[in-house]
Write a protein that binds this ligand. Structure first.
Ligand SMILES: Cc1cc2nc3c(=O)[nH]c(=O)nc-3n(C[C@H](O)[C@H](O)[C@H](O)COP(=O)(O)OP(=O)(O)OC[C@H]3O[C@@H](n4cnc5c(N)ncnc54)[C@H](O)[C@@H]3O)c2cc1C
Ligand code: SF4
Length: 324
């Protein structure tokens, strides 16, 4: 049986109270839905001494502000799946299973740590292997080198938020600040987020409204598993030819940093027809190099990227044709 190590607990009343409780502690952790943190404590991949409960402290609201949609970080994944804009709703609906979506939050998903088959294991398992760069060792078992950790960013909302151009609002005792999601994500499996100690994610801001969106995910079991590939696409298309005004595709669960596929701007003004769809899918294949930090053959995961991009783009075109 996996037992949790001891910790103390403090319940925050609101975001300001939460950051004050955290201030000065180098061993505190935020506890939102706990669906990732509590298993991580059992596996001893995280061992905080103080948990700060966010249960009632974070907003769970969908608010319109100056033409933007502002989402509270405390929104449950199940709420996002029901009421979120596409492609975020479809991405949220694909996370874990219904019980976890009812507890897990948007904030906890955005702040999800990177994952690796050599790391998300029990302490005994990791010790038997001699640890790794992310767990008191000096080598990466994926690359075989002592340099960098290539654990994968598996949070399924991230590709959707990237294509929607999301910004994050963070709060610390020094006050609030905003940064774009793209600035927040780093190619570093050890420290995948550009946050300072004690910063709390309070809101996710979506400037992008309207358009058509869709998400897709490769995973071992469709009912519950983390992704082996996670992707989202969003577009603004025009007229019966589905001419591209804006189009973004983002791919996650391949390495520490999900990214928007570059080069698609070249297709602006052109119809989203089968020829362009194949060309963009080919470009996605060329530019995707999944790391072996997740299970599943790397070449197969790369091939799936091409197939999924083509399917997503066809779905965007059909959605547009239905509403046009
Ligand atoms: C069986 C199983 C399957 C899963 N499948 C998936 C999956 O398919 N896709 C997926 O994306 N996830 C999956 N998860 C992981 C998890 O359930 C989700 O990522 C969920 O959204 C985490 O949210 P939470 O509120 O429970 O976060 P918590 O577990 O409470 O926290 C997660 C991390 O975020 C930090 N944190 C939480 N809220 C904030 C905040 N507001 N500001 C700053 N830091 C914060 C915590 O300190 C912690 O480090 C799965 C988990 C399990 C157990
Ligand atoms: S990618 Fe390498 S260093 Fe990172 S968790 Fe996996 S084995 Fe460890």
């Amino acid at each position: 049986m996996l037992r949790m190590s001891g910790f103390s607990f403090a319940q925050a009343r609101d975001p300001q109270h939460a950051v004050e409780l955290f201030a000065g502690s180098d061993q505190a952790a935020w506890l939102a839905g706990g669906t990732d943190l509590l298993p991580a404590i059992k596996l001893k991949v995280q061992q905080p001494k103080l948990l700060i409960g966010l249960g009632q402290a974070l907003p769970r609201t969908f608010e319109e502000q100056g033409g933007e949609l502002v989402l509270g970080a405390g929104l449950r994944l199940s709420d996002l799946a029901r009421r979120g804009p596409e492609p975020l709703a479809e991405a949220a609906a694909s996370i874990a299973g219904p019980q976890i979506r009812a507890m897990g939050t948007l904030g906890g998903n955005v702040m999800l740590d990177t994952r690796c088959r050599f790391y998300n294991q029990s302490a005994h398992w990791r010790e038997a292997l001699g640890g790794c760069l992310k767990a008191s060792g000096d080598i990466c078992h994926v690359t075989g080198a002592p340099k960098s950790c290539v654990a994968s960013q598996c949070a399924d909302t991230i590709p959707a938020l990237l294509v929607l151009g999301a910004r994050l609002r963070l709060l610390s005792v020094e006050g609030p600040r905003e940064l774009s999601l793209a600035e927040f994500l780093r190619y570093d499996g050890l420290r995948p987020h550009a946050v300072r100690p004690g910063e709390l994610l309070t809101h996710v801001i979506l400037p992008q409204r309207g358009g058509v969106g869709a998400s897709a995910k490769l995973r071992p079991r469709g009912s519950i598993d983390f992704p082996l590939i996670s992707m989202s696409a969003w577009a603004r298309l025009e007229g019966p030819e589905a001419r591209i005004e804006e189009l973004r595709v983002a791919i996650g669960a391949t390495n520490p940093q999900p990214k928007v596929l570059p080069g698609i701007e070249a297709y602006i003004g052109q119809p989203l027809d089968e020829e362009r769809i194949q060309a963009i899918a080919e470009a996605a294949w060329m530019r995707t190099r999944p790391q072996g930090s997740l299970a599943g053959d790397v070449a197969w995961r790369r091939q799936v990227t091409r197939v999924f991009v083509a399917r997503l783009l066809r779905r965007l075109r059909s959605q547009h044709q239905e509403i046009a």
